[in-house]
Design a protein around this ligand. Structure first.
Ligand code: PGA
Ligand code: ZN
Length: 413
């Protein structure tokens, strides 16, 4: 007997910031039931697929997602019921065609992605395979290195620092479990250091600390101190990755660092500043060092740091193969952040990852600042042998859920 999709049902749930988001339940004819939910960004790229919100001020300050849910329950369900769930590309293509816009603004990328992910999860369950194995096949084997965001600035906290994410990256450890433990021990040590310095240990949106620091380099100095005190070698065992998220403060062709350093940089001054930071600290990865609208800056940045540093396009590429191809052609960046909700279907996400790998670009699977307890990205990272994952700090269950899922996968491999 052929298995087919028998029911699709979406409903409103809450994300980690308390904003509504979409969850979708998919049922198959063999009685398999699976659910997926979608995250939501705060520092979103201009070219991301559209997250449909109701804009009805009488509910959730306009952030309700009832229209996206209606699109799943009416428009999408009608077309997908009776279809084979194992043809992921066909399922995704039907939704792309139904939407008919280049950025999924009619049905909403939140509506479409929730169905796309729930269909994949139901299919894996029906085949009695772990999700990473269903998506990645027998070649899925690499646990990603975690980039753990232990200080939150920019749009993710009230801390007076412009750089959005200060991440620690353990290298040369035997297992994912050991890398995670190093991260946790440094995180806990940092907490003690902050407390001793009368700095706040409250956390930002991604679970990293958000203290009242003096400058961006103050944050880096504290991370160095915490790493050393925790017993790890800074620059040998533990490195730094930054998400500058510079599109957030790019105005009139200038980078205006107003939360902290009180500087206004031209594009080349911004690059000089990053080069200087790189010379002072063991920084191995810089995300969105230039703005999504500063392609010339990106090309220059890649010329200057591309040989020594991973340069990650998030807002620049928005998980979209068209923008990524432009970056490959222009030599802008050498790695891509992969956020499924920036593009809106699993198939297109996998397509972008394939393109990146074929071009020798690094790939980092990523959460959003507004997350749910859904751990799909952990499986996706292993399925695609992406090599790296960015899923926040070592606190807040919506972040640790992904790490815990990776621990489980490591045990099972
Ligand atoms: P966002 O931030 O989820 O708020 O967009 C994450 C990032 O910039 O990497
Ligand atoms: Zn980013």
């Amino acid at each position: 007997m052929k298995t087919f999709i028998s029911k699709i049902y979406a409903y409103e749930i809450l994300d980690s910031r308390g904003n509504p988001t979409v969850a979708t339940q998919v049922e198959l004819s063999d009685d398999t039931v699976a659910t997926a939910s979608v995250p939501s960004g705060a520092s979103t790229g201009e070219n991301e697929a559209v997250e449909l919100r109701d804009a009805d001020k009488s509910r959730f300050n306009g952030k309700g997602v009832l229209s996206a849910i209606e699109n799943v329950n009416d428009v999408i369900a009608r077309e997908l019921i009776d279809k084979c769930p194992f043809n992921q590309e066909e399922i995704d293509q039907i939704m792309i065609s139904l939407d008919g816009t280049p950025n999924k603004r009619r049905l909403g990328a939140n509506a479409i992605l929730s169905v796309s992910l729930a269909v994949a999860r139901a299919s894996a369950k029906s085949k009695k395979l772990p999700l990473f194995r269903y998506i990645g096949g027998i070649n899925a084997r690499t646990l990603p290195t975690p980039m753990m965001n232990i200080i939150n600035g920019g749009a993710h906290s009230d801390a007076p620092i412009d750089i959005q994410e200060f991440m620690i990256v353990p290298k040369n450890f035997d297992s994912f479990k050991d890398k995670l433990r190093a991260g946790v021990e440094i995180f806990q040590t940092l907490k003690n250091i902050l407390r001793k310095n009368n700095l706040s240990t409250a956390v930002g949106d991604e679970g990293g600390f958000a203290p009242n620091l003096k400058s961006n380099t103050h944050a880096l100095d504290l991370i160095e101190q915490a790493t050393t005190q925790a017993g790890y070698k800074f620059g040998e065992e533990v490195f730094v990755a930054l998400d500058i998220a510079s599109s957030e403060f790019y105005q009139d062709q200038h980078y205006v660092l107003k939360k902290s350093d009180n500087s206004k940089f031209t594009s080349s001054q911004m690059i000089d500043w990053l080069v200087k930071l790189k010379s002072q600290y063991p920084i191995i990865s810089i995300e969105d060092g230039c703005s999504q609208n500063d392609w010339d800056g990106w090309i220059e940045l890649t010329k200057r740091l591309g040989d020594s540093t991973q340069l990650v396009g998030d807002d620049l590429f928005v998980t979209n193969s068209t923008f990524l191809q432009k970056g490959i052609d222009l030599h802008a960046g050498n790695a891509i952040l992969i956020k499924p909700n920036q593009i809106g279907t699993l198939s297109e996400t996998l397509q972008t990852i394939r393109l990146a790998k074929n071009a020798g670009f690094g790939t980092i699977i990523s959460h959003r600042s507004g997350e749910t307890e859904d751990t799909f990205i952990a499986d996706l990272a292993v399925a695609t042998n992406a090599g790296q994952i960015k899923t926040g700090s070592l606190s807040r269950s919506e972040r640790t859920a992904k790490y815990n899922r990776l621990l489980c996968i490591e045990e099972n491999l």
